[in-house]
Design a protein around this ligand. Sequence first.
Ligand SMILES: [Zn+2]
Length: 168
Amino acid sequence: MTVDTNTVVSLQYKLTNHKTGEHIEETSKDQPMEFLYGIERIIPTFEVNIHGLKAGDTFEFSIPTLEAYGEKNDEHVAIIPLSVFFDESGKIDETQINVGAVLPMTDNDGNHLRGTILEMTDDTITMDFNHPLAGTDLFFQGSILEVRQATDEEIAHGHSHGAHGHHH
Ligand SMILES: [Zn+2]
């Protein structure tokens, strides 16, 4: 079976910065990436590059910034009053709130975002809501471990089930 819409793909990969060679992440041996091809939200160019592969095939390709997470956008950097981050006692928990920390946040429309703290002053925190990989050309190397037909239930749910997929 080859990778196509409505198959469940299990693969392992290593991701590096294509320009600098810097290591970004890789799957561990006992925890491959598994997803429902064409349905779960994977970078479209990533899907195009593994289309038609089968178990045992290897892959190696780059994805330019604009087809990955886009350029960093200054409008996604916000200055937020420090009081937003106070705990019940009106203080900042410095073990959680510090420069470089990545925190789950909610915007005015209720969307969940992750923000990275860039700077802290006595009364504000500057937070970057750009995707951590914004502005980065990606380079993937890896191999396909398994390709199988998705079950009707997986297609109805829009995600893979099973050993490394969605559990519920
Ligand atoms: Zn499900």
